[in-house]
Design a protein around this ligand. Structure first.
Ligand code: NDP
Length: 434
C-alpha cells in the first residue's frame, strides 16, 4: 500500500479484487505461500516515455507516454491505449490490473496490459492527432508485436488514431504485421463487429442476467453516461431490443429526451462534429440539457449503464438510482462505480454486471481480430457476432458458477474476480516462481 500510495485508483482496483478473493485464499493456502498476490500487483514491465510533437502553429509540446505490460501468463499482453489529460501511471496501472482478470474471463489466450498518454485530443486538428500518434508509436513500436503485446483503443483512441498508429508501426517495423494492433479499419485487417463489440457485449451480458432472473427487456428504460464508442453501441443494441434510452452524457453535461434518444443526432454531434452533447437540443428542442457531472443519474430508469470513465457513480448517485427504482447496473466503463456505491447497490438488491465481465466483449473481439490476422482470413459480421454472444454467455456462466462455488449465491462482482483470478493463478503457479 505504501509503495503505491500516490496511485489511489490502482489501490481502489486492487482492494476491490482482494476483497472478493478472501474465500479463495481460505480454501487454497498455497496461493499465499507462493506470494501470488504480491506478484500479481507488481507489473511485469512498465515503460514510460517522452512524446514530443509539433502543433499546427509550429509550437513544440511534450507529453508522457505509458505502456504497462502487467501480466503475460495467459498470452501476449493485451489492452487499450487511453489519450486523456487525466492519464498518469496510477490510471494506467488500475486499468492494466483489471485487464488481467477481464482477459482471463474471455477464455481466450491474452495477457493483461494497458497504456496511453496525458495528451488531450480534444480540439486538436486531424494533422496534430496524426503527428502525435506517429511520435507515440516511434517509441512504442520496439516494445510491442503480435506475439508480445497488442494494444487497442480506449478513451480518446478510436479508429482514426489506430490507423495513424498502425501506419507508423508499419513504416518503422517493415512488413505487414497487422496483428500488432486491434480496432483497425476493415481495409487493413480490422474485424467486423470490433467497433460495436463492447457496447453490444454489454447488452448481451445484461440479457443473460435478465434470463437468469426470468425478466425481459420489454417496457424497460435505460440511462447511459458517455456518448463515445461504448455508450453509442450499447444504446444501439438496447434500442434494437425495445428498451427506451432516456439520457446520454459527455464530460460536460447530459441530455434527457423523454421520447427516447435519437442516435442519429448523437452520431452527428459527438462522432462527426466532435462537439458538446448540448447540440442535441438544436435537433430536438424538446430534449432537456443539464450541465454538470453525474446529472444523468438523477433520471429514473430500470437500467443504468455508466459508459464514460472511472468513478462516475458515487454513493449519492447510487442512492438516487435506488430511490428511483433501478433494476440493474451494467458497467461499460472500467471501474465506473466507487466501492461504497457498489456495496450500497448490492445491499439494496440491485443486479450488478461488473465491468470486468460485462465490458469484456471488446477485448474478446480484439482477440478474434488477432485470430483472423493470423490465419489471414475475414469472418462475416454474423460469424463474429455469434462468437461474441457465445463469449458473453460463457463469461456470465463462469462468474455465476464461481460465486456459487464459494457460497456467495448470485454475486457477479465477486464471481468475475474469482473466476478470472483462478485462471491466472493456475497459469502463474504452473510457470514457476517469477
Ligand atoms: P470514448 O473516448 O469513445 O468516449 C468516452 C466518453 O466518455 C465520451 O462521451 C467522453 O465525453 C466521456 N468522458 C471521458 N472522460 C470523462 C470524464 N472525465 N468525465 C465525464 N465523461 C467523460 O471512449 P470509449 O467509449 O472507448 O470508452 C469509455 C469507457 O469504456 C472507458 O472507461 C474505457 O476504459 C471503457 N472500455 C472501452 C472499451 C472499448 O472497446 N472502447 C473496452 C472496454 C472498456 P467527451 O466527448 O466530452 O470527451
Amino acid at each position: 500500500k505504501e509503495k503505491n500510495s500516490a496511485e489511489p485508483e490502482f489501490l481502489q482496483a486492487v482492494y476491490e479484487v482482494f476483497q472478493s478473493l478472501k474465500p479463495v485464499f481460505e480454501k487454497n493456502p498455497e496461493f499465499e505461500k507462493k506470494y501470488l498476490l504480491e506478484r500479481l500487483v507488481e507489473p511485469e514491465r512498465q515503460i514510460v516515455f517522452r512524446v514530443p510533437w509539433v502543433d499546427d502553429t509550429g509550437k513544440v509540446h511534450v507529453n508522457r507516454g505509458f505502456r504497462i505490460q502487467f501480466n503475460g501468463s495467459l498470452g501476449p499482453y493485451k489492452g487499450g491505449l487511453r489519450f486523456h489529460p487525466s492519464v498518469y501511471i496510477g490510471i494506467v496501472k488500475f486499468l492494466g490490473f483489471e485487464q488481467i482478470f477481464k482477459n482471463a474471463l474471455t477464455g481466450l489466450p491474452i495477457g493483461g496490459g494497458k497504456g496511453g498518454s496525458d495528451f488531450d485530443p480534444r480540439g486538436k486538428s486531424d494533422s496534430e492527432i496524426m503527428r502525435f500518434c506517429q511520435s507515440f508509436m516511434t517509441e512504442l513500436y520496439r516494445h510491442i508485436g503480435p506475439d508480445v503485446d497488442v494494444p487497442a483503443g480506449d478513451i480518446g483512441v478510436g479508429g482514426r488514431e489506430i490507423g495513424y498508429l498502425f501506419g507508423q508501426y508499419r513504416r518503422l517495423n517493415g512488413g505487414f504485421n497487422n496483428g500488432v494492433l486491434t480496432g483497425k479499419g476493415l481495409t487493413y485487417g480490422g474485424s467486423l463487429v470490433r467497433t460495436e463489440a463492447t457496447g453490444y457485449g454489454l447488452v448481451y451480458f445484461l440479457r443473460e442476467i435478465l434470463y437468469h432472473h426470468k425478466m425481459t427487456f420489454i417496457d424497460k428504460t435505460a440511462v447511459i453516461s458517455g456518448s463515445g464508442n461504448v455508450a453509442y453501441y450499447a444504446a444501439e443494441k438496447l434500442i434494437s431490443f425495445g428498451v427506451k434510452v432516456l439520457a446520454m452524457s459527455d464530460s460536460e453535461g447530459c441530455i434527457y429526451d423523454s421520447e427516447g434518444i435519437d442516435l442519429a443526432y448523437i452520431k452527428e454531434i459527438k462522432h462527426i462534429k466532435r462537439e458538446s452533447i448540448e447540440g442535441y437540443t438544436r435537433y430536438n428542442p424538446n430534449a432537456k440539457y443539464m450541465k454538470g457531472k453525474g446529472c444523468v443519474w438523477s433520471i429514473p430508469c430500470d437500467f443504468a449503464l455508466p459508459c464514460a470513465t472511472q468513478n462516475d457513480i458515487h454513493l449519492e448517485h447510487a442512492k438516487m438510482l435506488v430511490d428511483n427504482g433501478l433494476v440493474a447496473l451494467v458497467e461499460g466503463a472500467n471501474m465506473p462505480t466507487t466501492n461504497e456505491a457498489i456495496d450500497y447497490l448490492k445491499l439494496h438488491g440491485i443486479l450488478i454486471a461488473p465491468a470486468k465481465a460485462a465490458n469484456a466483449g471488446g477485448v474478446a473481439t480484439s482477440a478474434l481480430e488477432m485470430s483472423q490476422n493470423t490465419i489471414r482470413y475475414v469472418w462475416t459480421f454474423e460469424e463474429v457476432d455469434i462468437k461474441l454472444q457465445e463469449i458473453m454467455k460463457k463469461i456470465h456462466r463462469s462468474a455465476y458458477e464461481a460465486s456459487n462455488q464459494y457460497g456467495l449465491g448470485y454475486d457477479l462482482v465477486a464471481g468475475a474476480n474469482i473466476a478470472g483470478f483462478l485462471k491466472v493463478a493456475d497459469a502463474m503457479m504452473a510457470q514457476g516462481n517469477f
